[in-house]
Every structure is written in structure tokens, then in C-alpha cells.
Ligand binder design. Structure first.
Ligand code: ADP
Length: 498
């Protein structure tokens, strides 16, 4: 009988499920969107039960589409949106509040207050993270502070919390297992990424009892047994778990120090494996754990994210209405030799790494009477590459060497113009894999290691579908980058009160 790995890819806007064969090729997939809840401007929630129902529905649908029956599932793998948290009752399994999503800014003031108390360095030293509302700790604290009786219940050991992987595995196991993996733990701002344990001092700071937290397990290995009633008598193990970006890093085969991937989605996430010795960034990047395949053998990554990546094309399409489809940007950009000096800085939500300027705002600079749609579309595509080049430069400075090659994935990586321009700006080749489902594939690969279907060597051996080689002269590159830096300087700090 043919066997498959069932990979769940629980994202911010949709839940997906894919079945992978022994060659880690996808054979069936299903996807379902779920509602975003915006209780106030800047706040974002998901209903944990709705999220689970959508995940369960696509899980069943993918198996149905493959026509193989549930008993063909040899193992389950989970990749998930990171940092988003759920708090639920240990006995009833009922969430006590909606999940607070990574994008949610409700704890920004609390973070400012903590910064004023001077804990920034302490948090960075232990967790590798910058003190920000983005991470889970202040979100859990907020739920404990705002749900009636929650703090007392937490103290009595009645509540559990976890990132989305924990919540899904709790559901998959019928409430039997409360676990998370190292990659997800490293995004909570409660986990010491050097000592590899929940940190008492930080738990104290946020008033979170350790009894609420999941057991931390390796990203590859039998973490839990699926016990969905009536689903699969074989009871496959959850054998691969990783936060989405680390899953993609693994799926791209970046197992060696210096290897890096960039996911070009709504935003962009550039991660570089730095090996067994954590690198503390001096240039605004995060230090985070990579998917761990052997207990006690951690490896670290540097991470930088760009808030507006492919989303800049959605803006051209939905707000400016000068594009019908994101993919049309490629031929439009190629219809002109350059932007004629036009730069678009898409700082719609401030600028992420390495600038960390929450007061920067979008700017379109260098306009002349000759500027038209093509120049603006091309400047938008180029802006994605410029922002990623800034992150790559920070990474090179922190890691002590420039990128040798960058592996690309995500929706906007389908754009050949963007990939070529990125190669030109970085002066390094960009490799794009044949299978762009690197997140789900990475989680499946972690499970495949556990099943003995693959070794790190066979996983690393998968070839690129297309390589983009830099052709731009060094002088030309420097001129363009200098123009970008000038444009960013004009957009910087724009929205700060006078
Ligand atoms: P996410 O996982 O963040 O939702 P995806 O990886 O699905 O994102 O990518 C979607 C993003 O990619 C959108 O912002 C869209 O504008 C962009 N995109 C999709 N196709 C193209 C294309 N051919 N060229 C440029 N951008 C694209």
C-alpha cells in the first residue's frame, strides 16, 4: 500500500493540508480560509475552535482527494503561524479567549512600559528576540489580566497555553498531549534559547505559571499520537513540528551554517542558518532556533522580516487599481529598462528589520512628468528586493560573510523579474525549487526523517528548478542601492508627532 505524510500548514489567513509521498512530492492538497476578527483598530484575533474546524475539514478533504483512505497516512506533520497564542481550560478543553494573533498590537503600550524598565537587553540575551508585542509573552499576560478569574485559575493549574502547534496537537490527540517544538518555543519570549528551557525570570515578569506551558520536544520525532475519534485506527504519530518560517528553512534544505532562504509572501522572511553557536545580532535581526532533529543538538538562525513584500502588489491592485493580477507586474516591469529614478518605499506599516522604524510611512520619490504606471509597478517590485537586500546586508554584517546563495519561495517568488533583480542587488545567485510548498514540505521532511524515509543527505540533494545569476555591474548596483538608501531616509520617522 502507498503511504503518505499528512502535513498541516496552519497559516494566518487559511488552513491547508497536503499529502506528500515518499519522494516528498505533494499528491493532494486542500485549503480553507477562516475569518479574521478585528475587535479594535490594530487588534487581530482568531476563533481557536473555528481555526481547528477549518484544519480538520482540510485534513479530511486532502485525504479524500488523494483517494487513499486515512490508513495510508503514516505520520502527521504540523507547520504553523508563529507567536499566535491560545489559552484554554485543561479539563474542558475550552479556550477562555480568542487566539491573539502575531499581528495584534494590543500589548504595544505594555512593551513600551517594559522597555522603560530596562529589560530589553535581558530579554534579548535570553530569548534572542527584540522586546515587541509581536511575540507571545505579553499576549498570554493580556489574556490572564483581562479574562475574569483567569489569573487565579492559572495559579490553580487549571489553564494551559500554547502556540497554534500546541493547540492543534492537543485537538489531534483528544486532549492527551500538550507539547510544542523548539522553533515555536523560541518565538514566545519566554524560552531561553541557550539553556533550552522555559525561563523562570521571564515567567515571573509576565506572571505566567510554568504549569500552563507545553512540554518542549524536538521538531522531528514521535511527539504525540493522533487519536481523532473514528478517523484513523492506525493512530499515526505527529512526527514533525515547526513554526512556518523554520519549516520553510528546513524544506529548502538549509542544514549547513551560511545557508539561507527567503520567503516572498505577503511579507518577506529571510532566515540564515548560523549553526550550533548562536549569533547575537548587532543589526536589528532576531536569533531563533532552527528545527531540531536530534535532542540536545540545537542550531540557530538569524531572522529578518520585511512587513510589506508581495502586499505592495496587492496595494497596486486593490487601492491604486493599476494592476489586475499580481503576476502582470512582471511583463510591465520588463517593458521599460529602469524606473527612471523612481523609488517606492512601501513603509505602510513602518519598516521592519533592520530599520525597526515604526514611524516610517510609504513614499513614492523621484517622480517626473514622464513617470507612469510602468515605472510605479517596476518600483514596487524593486522595493521588495531592496528591502530584502537591507536584511541580507544586516545578516552578512552579523554573520561575518555575505550570502553565497539564497533559496527563494512564497507566492511572489514566482515572479522572474523580481528574482533576477534580487540576484542583481545581492550579487549572489537565487535558487528557486520546483516545489514551492516549502513550508508544508519542510514539516513533512521532519516527519520523513523520523519514519526513516529520508536522511539529511537525501533531503539536501533536491535540485533547484531555476537559478537566477547576477548580471548587474558592481557600479550599477551601488548606484541603485544608494538611491534606495536616500529614499528610505526620506520616508523614515515620517509619522512621529512633531
Ligand atoms: P502568504 O503565505 O503570506 O499569504 P503567499 O506566499 O501565498 O503569501 O504569497 C502571496 C503574495 O504574493 C501576495 O502578496 C501577492 O501579491 C504576491 N504574488 C503572488 N503572485 C505574484 C507574482 N506573480 N508576482 C509578484 N507577486 C506575486
Amino acid at each position: 500500500m502507498k503511504e503518505f505524510i499528512l502535513a498541516l500548514d496552519q497559516g494566518t489567513t487559511s488552513s491547508r493540508a497536503l499529502l506528500f509521498d515518499r519522494d516528498l512530492q505533494p499528491v493532494a492538497a486542500a485549503q480553507r480560509e477562516f475569518p479574521q476578527i478585528y475587535p479594535q483598530p490594530g487588534w487581530v484575533e482568531h476563533d481557536p475552535e473555528v481555526l481547528w474546524e477549518s484544519q480538520l475539514a482540510v485534513l479530511l478533504e486532502a485525504i479524500e482527494r488523494a483517494g487513499c483512505g486515512p490508513s495510508a497516512v503514516a505520520a502527521v506533520a504540523v507547520a504553523n503561524q508563529r507567536e499566535t497564542v491560545v489559552v484554554w481550560n485543561r479539563r474542558t478543553g475550552q479556550p477562555i479567549h480568542n487566539a491573539i494573533v502575531w499581528q495584534c498590537r494590543r500589548t504595544a503600550d505594555r512593551c513600551e512600559e517594559l522597555k522603560a524598565r530596562g529589560v530589553v537587553d535581558r530579554i534579548r540575551d535570553k530569548t534572542g528576540l527584540v522586546l515587541d508585542a509581536y511575540f507571545s509573552a505579553t499576549k498570554i499576560e493580556w489574556i490572564l489580566d483581562h479574562v475574569d478569574g483567569a489569573r487565579a485559575a492559572a495559579r490553580r493549574g487549571e489553564l494551559l497555553c500554547g502556540t497554534i502547534d500546541s493547540w492543534l496537537i492537543w485537538k489531534l490527540t483528544g486532549g492527551q498531549r500538550h507539547v510544542t517544538d523548539f522553533t515555536n518555543a523560541s518565538r514566545t519570549m519566554l524560552f531561553d534559547v541557550h539553556a533550552l528551557r522555559w525561563d523562570d525570570e521571564l515567567l515571573d515578569l509576565f506572571g505566567i505559571p510554568v504549569s500552563m506551558l507545553p512540554e518542549v520536544v524536538p521538531s522531528s520525532g514521535p511527539a504525540a499520537v493522533c487519536a481523532l475519534p473514528g478517523w484513523n485506527p492506525r493512530q499515526p504519530a505527529v512526527a514533525g513540528i515547526a513554526g512556518d518560517q523554520q519549516a520553510a528553512l528546513f524544506g529548502q534544505g538549509c542544514f549547513e551554517p551560511g545557508q539561507a532562504k527567503n520567503t516572498y509572501g505577503t511579507g518577506c522572511f529571510l532566515l540564515m542558518n548560523v549553526g550550533a553557536d548562536p549569533v547575537v545580532s548587532r543589526h536589528g535581526l532576531l536569533t531563533t532556533l532552527t528545527a531540531q532533529t536530534r535532542p540536545g543538538a540545537p542550531a540557530y538562525a538569524l531572522e529578518g522580516s520585511v512587513f510589506i513584500g508581495g502586499a505592495v502588489l496587492q496595494w497596486l491592485r486593490d487601492e491604486l487599481k493599476i494592476l489586475t493580477h499580481a503576476a502582470d507586474s512582471d511583463p510591465i516591469a520588463r517593458s521599460i529598462p529602469d524606473t527612471g529614478g523612481v523609488y517606492l518605499v512601501p513603509a505602510f506599516a513602518g519598516l521592519g528589520a533592520p530599520h525597526w522604524d515604526m514611524y516610517a510611512r510609504g513614499a513614492l520619490l523621484g517622480l517626473t512628468r514622464g513617470t507612469g504606471r510602468a515605472q510605479i509597478v517596476r518600483a514596487a517590485l524593486e522595493s521588495i528586493a531592496y528591502q530584502c537586500a537591507d536584511v541580507a546586508a544586516a545578516m552578512a554584517a552579523d554573520g561575518g560573510r555575505p550570502l553565497a546563495v539564497l533559496r527563494a519561495d512564497g507566492g511572489a517568488a514566482a515572479n522572474d523579474f523580481l528574482m533576477q533583480f534580487q540576484a542583481d542587488l545581492l550579487a549572489c545567485p537565487i535558487e528557486r525549487p520546483a516545489c514551492m510548498e516549502t513550508t508544508a514540505q519542510g514539516a513533512a521532511a521532519l516527519a520523513a526523517l523520523d519514519l526513516g524515509w529520508h536522511t539529511p543527505q537525501t533531503l539536501a540533494a533536491r535540485p533547484a528548478e531555476k537559478t537566477f545569476v547576477p548580471v548587474l555591474s558592481a557600479e550599477n548596483r551601488q548606484t541603485r542601492l544608494a538611491g534606495w538608501r536616500k529614499a528610505v531616509a526620506r520616508a523614515a520617522d515620517w509619522a512621529r508627532n512633531p
